[in-house]
Unconditional design. Structure first.
Lengths: 431, 335
């Protein structure tokens, strides 16, 4: 019996050793060690969503430039597909070797992640210079401390085809919802689909509902709703009623519930880019996202931008915009000040010019606004800087679970709109 | 005390008797050693050969299930420590969420449709492809081809074909079926069937290949004998071929049901379970709540429910359907 146990023990130990060896070898190769070695060399692993050109190439160059200026620092670039961040970051923060730097959208999601204790408070490193980025950067603050820095900003608004507007005889973009509805009718009368929306992905639907909420609710109501995780204020119900009434005018393309937002030839942005629809309510990345899905070389000159129209009687400021941005956080294991220095490096005007040159967003540093090449994007950037306040996308402003529940609830509501929107209101308090 | 010492001391009793095959004490001793070393060798062989697999199985299959069941009893966002014990609360929420109940219904509907539609189709086509005709290999290749495509490719390809005004719509219109054109992926009443059609397109080839392999194993003599006895081709198929194909069909049913209960990739890529959850399966619901909404313990509870569905089906099916197929193989070899 004793021998049997020994034999079994040896077998188990051997097997366990094999398993452990396999795990540890793959572990050490896939995640970088985030410690400083005796020679003062520092390696920082960088999880970002620049997995396609042109941003991938831009980031590769930026790493070279940073490493040239900081010879003791090596940046280990780990690009991955954007949607993966929804699923990979939380387990990584839960584990013992999170990346040193990772994609961070700030606000409520960041506050959720701060609870892990793995996000580095970089306030002392960034406080000398972060003021130059203006108020949008405060979305990367949690409890008054800086846990992240943006490298670009986003604003949501209407992208429209100037050529199709002209074809329908519409001289200037609408400024009220009533005008938008009458323009829709005019476009329909000319055989043009007025508006395209990528409802399959859910979040484009949420843009619609959130913008109506931003127009109906005052800034303080929105802020309280996000921090208190409650949409009980009556203005949110009015937003549903507004959107319901608007959707009754049949503004969207045929089969919009099954249309994806981007990346594929049947996506909503591809419809816009190919002139099959006249408008889309989308982020500033839309021209870049559409350019890859059309053979039209003159797409950028055909696109115009206008802000979400005003809603009569709404308590919200008609100049307020819905937006957000992309940034990065350092984790507690990352070497400082190298990590914070790298985040600062990304916001310097010379680097900002390279990043926005890739068409990914508006510059986080307003000093680089003039480098935007698409004229309509300059309009979007101007509206963003002139906005009295920026309402962060609700799914980012809220903690993660309520935020995603809201997106799902709005997407579901789109399939059978009704004026109370009670399912949307209650979604944020669901499990 | 080991059994060896008991035998050495010449003790009689159950311990010694176990090892004795021969009558005398000396024989007991030698025989004991012999039997013991043979047993030891067998034990060592088993440990060394099975040990690694067992450790992997326990570590990567059993342990995660147990840990998952444990996590599902908490309210956990995936980041902090497990502190908020809620008991079976997550399960209660799941079964009171109409979206999840709907997802279960969809999953069961897909499973039922797979059996009722894919099964007869696969059997019929396999029987046809088993006959001798020109271009048989080519036909087999064509029919099996969709199964070789990655589900992601299938999903993207079909979502392009099924888009409004896409190829499917145009073909139907030019065939005079324009009245039947639907918003295949955008109509909440149609989308589940569109997805099922794509799943059938993808997985039919697998059933056919499986059944073809089963058909190859049926001796031709039996059919010849039936023919000599005056059986019609239909009678031969009905009375000889199909009964002998039974084990293969039963395995196909098993694989299909388990696969349908877990179906995810094609649905997720084509519709993300939408619009409005109209094509949600249990797996897409689990992914959305668990990973996208980051309600990790709730998602785990859904995963456990899915596991129980599969487990219960496996047990029942093994007991009542597969037992006669495996009876000889599993029990005959022992002893």
């Amino acid at each position: 019996m004793h021998r049997k146990r020994v034999v079994l023990g040896v077998a188990v130990a051997a097997a366990a050793a094999t398993v452990l060896a396999a795990c540890s070898s793959s572990g050490s190769s896939s995640t970088s060690s985030n410690s400083t070695s005796s020679s003062g060399k520092v390696t920082l692993s960088w999880w970002n969503n620049a997995n396609t050109q042109p941003l991938l190439g831009v980031f590769t160059n930026i790493i070279k430039q940073f490493e040239a200026a900081h010879p003791n620092v090596t940046i280990h670039n780990v690009p991955m597909q954007n949607e993966l961040f929804k699923t990979k970051v939380t387990p990584a923060l839960r584990g013992n070797s999170p990346p040193d730097i990772f994609q961070q959208w700030g606000s409520g999601q960041q506050a959720t992640q701060v609870q892990s204790g793995k996000l580095a408070d970089i306030s002392s490193d960034v406080s000398p210079w972060i003021g130059s980025l203006g108020t949008p950067a405060t979305e990367w603050q949690t409890n008054g401390k800086w846990y992240g820095v943006p490298y670009d900003l986003h604003v949501v608004g209407f992208w429209y085809r100037k050529d199709l507007f002209q074809q329908a005889g519409i001289s200037s973009p609408p400024t009220t919802i009533a005008q938008l509805e009458s323009d829709d009718a005019t476009l329909r009368a000319h055989g043009i689909t007025p508006i395209t929306v990528g409802s399959k992905d859910g979040w484009p639907d949420a843009f619609w509902w959130e913008y109506f909420a931003v127009r109906e609710c005052s800034q303080s109501t929105i802020t309280q709703a996000m921090s208190g995780v409650s949409l009980s204020a009556p203005c949110f119900t009015k937003a549903s009623a507004d959107l319901d009434a608007f959707m009754k005018t049949n503004p969207f393309q045929t089969g919009f519930l099954g249309t994806p937002a981007q990346s594929v030839p049947n996506s909503s942005v591809a419809l816009l880019a190919n002139g099959k629809a006249a408008m889309e309510l989308q982020g500033d990345w839309d021209p870049g996202a559409g350019a890859g899905l059309t053979s039209d070389k003159n797409l950028f000159s055909k696109l115009g931008w206008f802000p979400f129209p005003s809603v009569p009687g709404g308590a919200g400021d008609p100049k307020a915009v819905l937006g957000g941005g992309d940034g990065y956080s350092c984790t507690t294991g990352a070497s400082e000040p190298a990590c914070a220095e790298f985040l600062q490096f990304l916001t310097t005007p010379a680097v900002q010019k390279q990043i926005i040159g890739a068409g990914v967003g508006l510059p986080a540093n307003p000093a680089a606004d003039s480098d935007l090449t698409v004229s309509a994007e300059q309009d979007a950037a101007a509206a963003n800087s002139a906005a009295p306040y920026i309402a962060e996308y609700f799914d980012i402003a809220l903690p993660t679970t309520p935020g995603q529940n809201l997106d799902n609830a709005v997407a579901k509501w789109f399939a059978s709109p009704e004026p109370t929107g009670s399912a949307i209101i209650s979604s944020v308090s669901a499990p | 005390m080991t059994r060896g010492t008991a035998a050495d001391a010449g003790l009689t009793g159950p311990g010694a008797a176990e090892d004795t095959a021969a009558p005398g004490p000396g024989a007991v001793r030698r025989g004991g050693r012999f039997v013991r070393s043979r047993k030891l060798r067998k034990t060592a062989e088993l440990s060394i050969l099975l040990g690694p697999a067992l450790v992997l199985f326990l570590g990567f299959v059993i342990a995660p299930i147990v840990i998952g069941a444990y996590y599902s009893l908490y309210n956990w966002d995936g980041l902090g420590p497990l502190t908020h014990f809620t008991g079976v609360h997550n399960y209660k929420i799941a079964f009171s969420d109409p979206a999840f109940v709907q997802a279960i219904e969809h999953t069961l509907l897909l499973t039922g449709l797979s059996l009722l539609i894919q099964g007869p189709l696969a059997i019929g086509i396999a029987l046809l492809l088993n006959r001798d005709f020109r271009g048989r290999s080519f036909m087999r290749l064509v029919i099996f081809a969709p199964y070789v495509l990655p589900p992601a490719v299938t999903a993207v390809m079909w979502s392009l074909l099924l888009q409004p005004g896409g190829l499917v719509d145009e073909v139907m219109k030019s065939a005079g079926l324009g009245g039947l054109v639907q918003l295949w992926l955008a109509n909440v009443h149609v989308v589940l069937y569109s997805v099922f059609a794509v799943l059938t397109w993808q997985y039919l080839g697998f059933g056919i290949i499986l059944l073809l392999a089963g058909l190859q194993g049926i001796p031709a003599e039996l059919k010849e004998a039936a023919a000599i006895d005056g059986a019609t081709p239909w009678q031969t198929t009905r009375r000889v071929t199909l009964p002998l194909l039974g084990p293969t069909i039963r395995i196909w049913v098993f694989i299909t049901v388990i696969g349908s209960l877990q179906v995810f990739d094609v649905i997720w890529l084509m519709t993300q379970g939408g619009p409005a959850g109209a094509s949600d399966s249990m797996a897409t619901y689990m992914y959305r709540t668990g990973f996208q909404n980051q309600a990790f313990s709730y998602g785990t509870a859904i995963a456990i429910i899915m596991f129980l569905f599969c487990f219960a089906f496996s047990l029942v099916y093994q007991r009542f359907a597969l037992r006669r197929d495996t009876a000889g193989a599993l029990t005959g070899a022992v002893g």
